[in-house]
Design a protein around this ligand. Structure first.
Ligand SMILES: [Mg+2]
Length: 273
């Protein structure tokens, strides 16, 4: 079953969601991802599972570092839609491989939500300490104390970059798609992650993300290590396509430093940071 066409006029343009989609700015130019098994994947690019442990950990931002609940709660309030209805429609869009933009014409068919973007931003107020998942600071801090290089790199609009830096998270590099000029799942994004991390060996980098389509598959395809963090709407609703095996699948970040420092022992691999 697919979402029925909304009764109102179709909306266009870039949404003010905190994480950009994989499909570009214009929903009408986007190819819906109906089946994750259709994702392009080059098995020859996968790093040797018995290779050395990664020494660089790169984190996606939305639903990995930042709990986006407030983003959507503010939208549901602005559009006069109950949080339950809003969340359910968003979930349906994700399951159907649609962009999160698809939620707007369905929950508010007679409203041009883009006219509310400034008011949304005013009420949301940008990334705040309360939006951080509680395991983020301890995880990043421990990784750095263990000698790992920590990179924060995700799809984010320009206005979020300064907000993220103001949180002063324990990290070596903070960079967003707007600054890089490329966004996930484009392979160029992951090439840029390597560049800012100071390595030309993708196997040295573990990319931690919540989305199969934007994070896990393109990271593996680019030769990086991959950790699928199963939290947030995408993390709960997406499934791994056949043949895709992240190095790690976690439900939180609490265990990550221990798993990385014991990479060789637990996973039959050798080496350290
Ligand atoms: Mg994310």
């Amino acid at each position: 079953m697919r979402l029925a066409e909304p009764p109102g006029p179709a909306t266009r343009g870039t949404p003010d969601a905190s994480e950009r989609s994989s499909g570009g700015a214009d929903p009408e130019e986007r190819e819906d991802l109906e089946d994750l098994d259709e994702l392009e994947f080059d098995p020859d690019a996968v790093s040797d599972p018995d290779g050395p442990a990664p020494r660089i950990v790169a984190f996606d931002i939305g639903e990995v570092l930042i709990d986006e609940s407030r983003v959507w709660a503010v939208w549901s309030g602005l559009l006069g839609v109950s949080p339950l209805t809003f969340a359910a429609v968003l979930g349906a869009a994700i399951v159907q491989g649609e962009d999160h933009h698809a939620v707007f014409p369905h929950v508010a068919p007679n409203v041009d939500w883009q006219e509310f973007e400034d008011e949304h931003e005013r009420r949301y107020g940008g990334f705040q300490e309360q939006d951080l998942y509680p395991d983020v600071r301890p995880c990043l801090s421990e990784l750095r104390s263990l000698g790992f290089t920590v990179v924060l790199a995700g799809n984010q609009p320009a206005r979020r970059t300064a907000q993220l830096r103001e949180l002063e998270l324990p990290s070596d590099v903070v960079i967003t798609s707007d600054e890089l000029g490329t966004h996930k799942p484009d392979p160029a994004f992951f090439a840029e992650v390597l560049r800012v991390a100071g390595t030309d060996d993708p196997a040295e980098v573990l990319y931690v993300g919540d989305r199969i389509d934007n994070d896990v598959v393109p990271a593996i395809t680019a030769g990086l290590r991959s950790c699928w963090l199963r939290r947030g709407p995408w993390g709960h609703l997406q499934d791994l396509p056949d043949g895709i095996e992240p190095d790690l699948v976690l439900e939180g970040l609490g265990e990550l430093p221990l798993l990385l420092s014991g990479w060789g022992e637990d996973a039959g691999r050798s080496g350290g940071p």
